[in-house]
Design a protein. Structure first.
Length: 133
């Protein structure tokens, strides 16, 4: 783990996420209308295939580009890359009930994830069938 990763983990108070990677919730509206997390994936880690019952907006913050793999049917897989370069997307909206997983293209990637109405773990479905990224 390099110094940037260590500093981010400490500064953002990141903890393990059930889908893989590290996260911390940085904002939740008192009415439950929106939530925002920081999400960090390091080299060798993946965000397991999962889906939400709500739309999720992913936006790139720092580090290396991150690959997002998406599928509606678990057969056809599309890929989007978020990153700081104009050749990548800066944000992407994952539609509700779309399977997706992620991995960093380098040492680490830091993104933000916004869910509205606010994220609840009861909205999260993780696929545990070894469906590889």
């Amino acid at each position: 783990m390099n110094n940037n990763e260590k500093l981010l983990i400490k500064k953002l108070k990141l903890i393990p996420h059930p889908e893989g990677g590290l996260y911390s919730e940085s904002f939740r509206d008192k009415k439950g209308s929106v939530s925002l997390i920081y999400y960090l994936l390091r080299k060798g880690e993946t965000s397991h295939w999962h889906k939400l019952k709500k739309n999720e907006i992913l936006h790139f913050y720092d580090g290396d580009p991150i690959e997002i793999f998406l599928s509606k049917d678990k057969i056809k897989i599309n890929k989007v890359i978020l990153g700081a370069s104009s050749k990548f997307n800066y944000h992407y909206i994952v539609s509700a009930n779309t399977w997706f997983g992620m991995k960093s293209k380098g040492l680490w990637s830091l993104i933000g994830c916004v869910v509205a109405p606010a994220f609840e773990f009861s909205d999260l479905v993780i696929d545990n069938t070894n469906w590889k990224l």
